[in-house]
Design a protein around this ligand. Sequence first.
Ligand code: NAD
Length: 473
Amino acid sequence: SSTEVHEKQNKKESFNAEAASLLVKNLTATFASGKTRSYEWRASQLKALTKLLSDAHEQQIVDALYSDLSKPPLETVAYEIAMLKNSCKGALKELKRWMTSEKVKTSISTFPSTAEIVSEPLGVVLIISAWNYPFLLSLEPIIGAIAAGNAVVLKPSEVAPATSSLLAKLLGEYLDNSCIRVVEGAVDETSALLQQKWDKIFYTGNGRVARIVMAAAAKHLTPVVLELGGKSPAVVDSNIDLKVATRRIIAGKWCCNNGQACISPDYIITTKDYAPKLVDALKTELEKFYGKNPLESKDLSRIVNSNHFGRLTKLLDDEKLSGKIVFGGEKDESKLMISPTILLDVPRNSLMMREEIFGPLLPIITVDKLEESFDVINSGTKPLAAYLFTTNNKLKEQFVMNISAGGLVINDTALHLAINTLPFGGVGESGIGAYHGKFSFDAFSHKKAVLYRSFFGDAAIRYPPYTNTKMRL
Ligand code: NAD
């Protein structure tokens, strides 16, 4: 109702630096009470999260993401809800083991002694998430923060407002609000939060805002995890199963939120000779998936808002790209839809090749020899992901050795995200730190070094007077 909206706006307006400071103070006191440290508390919150993700709320979550992005229900269920359920399950299964301190070897110089690495929670942490996978990117880090025994504040993205408000509602209902809180809002609210002293800030989003987050964190020497993006390339060789490769490229691009995913292939590099074949195969499969009129397809997300629609239109309208569209290019501003679009031989100095695309446009650049693709990739900033389709083992080896990226996948796209034994994160401009599975637990823990000595065997050598004999020993 309008009163509710009004109340909510008032509530949002009142969230200033003072309110943020009070929030952190309260959470710090709860953390200091030791409540979040016990195995029982951590497990109870992970179980509560599992319940929150249960079938009872599936429709609400699907509806929220549909309202924010017209995200196809299957993508929500498979790539947000199921992934999170799996992560909760894994964390619950492994939690005791993760929490157990690790005995390590000591050296002769400390003989006799024992040593261990104790994982301790950091304290009160801030998680700022993005709009494109708004459920996953909010709750996946929370799983790590809870497993590691921290108090948490989540600031979901205002760009996905239905999901933001559903997260606030469900986390309020299911989790322990003396330790886990949601603050909704945009730049003002986030700035108020960023002024506070946190024990860790975990940010997902773009590099421009990441610099603001890191500068704010630096004031308090707060460590950060930055999960960012970049131009993730897909290199396509000519010796492949073209149909399978094509379907997998489409799966990572348009079946992931219509290209609005941080690990979607941003552009393709292939040889001049092979490019026409690849384009044909992409066209054929795209038509099978989305029909003759993709703007009407129920299986494609829309562009999130008119700002991003305008940004993508600008990339497409670059005069350097005239005549380069070989498939798609249709737009419907009233529905914020852009159809899957392929461009061939896109100049490297076009806007499209200089900025992260983050949408349904897929430029292909061509080279004489596939090896040249390494220079193309390495001349840009380090991407979040890089993909290679080939059956040539030597090329695979060279790719793994020479391409620096957050993660690599050979002969598929995006799937490394689903493997919880692999760290997920960037390198260079694509991010700092990593998470998923045990890496999430580690991201929110301090590895405390503990050395145990007894009073036996006290060596005189370390004490003055420092004689020549002692020096030579
Ligand atoms: P966004 O607009 O939702 O912004 C992210 C967060 O930053 C939001 O919570 C927002 O409120 C906050 N924010 C915005 N301006 C701010 C400011 N001036 N001060 C403080 N906080 C501010 O999301 P986005 O940045 O458009 O997300 C897209 C980018 O994120 C792409 O670059 C993409 O590659 C990257 N991304 C990375 C991952 C990953 O896991 N590595 C996942 C998703 C998206």
